[in-house]
Design a protein around this ligand. Structure first.
Ligand code: ATP
Length: 305
């Protein structure tokens, strides 16, 4: 992950009176999976579509692999893969025909193996309109990656997919990344963003509210870390026991649970207490705030860096 493949500088886009994106800047590095997150109407699609060359900016600049997607769309044809929305294909086309058509457009042999891989083997000759939503989405993914694009844009790729297909898609994304593909992933699925993204940008009302690796982002919030402890003689189960940096506590089954603002001092004090009471630790779990916790915090407080 050395040089930027996508560079966005002060990108601003309005629709009439609505300012959809207020002048945002970010880079996506080669080989990165970059998550674009945000609540409905935050400006994710407006940003993705500008990178795909479908919307021209009011001001600012965007480049993909050094190419301006609006001015020189032809140059991006074989470099970029875009997951089409289902409306992008005619109702009567079959997955086989669509694959042949897309691959001919890119000048490559049809990648029927991708249809097999994404679970469409028995639907290859069915009409697009007869496919389920999940099957249509799988087809659009197969078409987006067929030409091994250098940059792949995915908009809600796993929405409506069953668990097995979702896992298959994530495996496919990791393989593409290992081969050097840069992936921009717009998603509402925080667990997916946290699991898959190297970095994310959280958009809020057309501005970047936070940007960084999921670990960096979850580390900066006010959310508390949950520390659950189970010991042999329950030496922590003393209601008036005071531990440093503990905001509140609870007891669930045999576990004493401490919500900490700073895990270092809290965990050290827990261990010291267990030792001083000649108790024995059976289990200790530390659960950091998730990206979803942090996302909710940002969107609820409306904080923009
Ligand atoms: P979602 O998660 O709901 O898909 P999003 O983050 O992709 O949302 P955008 O679709 O980029 O958000 O929309 C950003 C803002 O721009 C919204 O206020 C939306 O209403 C407005 N907008 C988007 N497209 C148009 C359009 N063609 N005409 C007018 N306003 C638009």
């Amino acid at each position: 992950m050395s040089e930027p493949v996508i560079e966005v500088r002060d990108y601003r886009k309005t629709y009439g009176d609505v300012v959809a994106v207020h002048g945002i800047s970010f880079n996506v590095m080669a080989g990165e999976i970059f998550g674009l997150l945000g609540p409905n109407g935050a400006g994710k699609t407006t940003t993705l579509e500008a990178l795909e060359g479908l919307r021209s900016p009011d001001s600012g600049s965007l480049t993909v692999a050094g190419i301006d997607p609006v001015r020189e769309p032809g140059k991006l044809r074989n470099l970029v893969g875009v997951q089409l929305q289902s409306a992008g294909l005619p109702e009567s086309i079959t997955p086989d025909e669509a694959m042949r058509f897309f691959c001919a457009y890119h000048g490559i042999v049809p990648r029927f193996d991708l249809l097999e891989r994404l679970g469409l083997s028995d639907k290859r000759k069915a009409q697009f309109g007869e496919l389920s939503t999940g099957q249509q989405r799988r087809l659009s993914l197969a078409l987006a990656v067929a030409h091994n694009p250098r940059v792949l844009f995915l908009d809600e790729p796993t929405a409506g997919l069953d668990v097995a297909t979702r896992v298959e898609l994530h495996d496919l994304m990791r393989e593409l990344q290992a081969d050097g593909t840069t992936i921009v992933l717009a998603t509402h699925d925080m667990a997916e963003a946290e699991e898959m993204s190297d970095r994310v940008a959280i958009l809020l009302r057309g501005r970047i509210a936070d940007m960084g690796s999921p670990l960096e982002i979850t580390a900066t919030g006010a959310s508390l870390t949950k520390i659950s402890v189970h010991t042999e003689t329950a030496s922590l189960a003393v209601p008036d026991l005071v531990l440093p940096a503990v905001d509140r506590r609870a007891t669930v089954d045999e576990y004493d649970i401490f919500f900490s603002t700073d895990i270092g001092p809290t965990v050290s004090a827990i261990i010291a207490r267990i030792e001083s009471q000649e108790d024995t630790l059976i289990d200790l779990r530390v659960e950091r705030p998730s990206l979803e916790d942090r996302f909710l915090e940002i969107t609820q407080t409306g904080g923009v860096r």
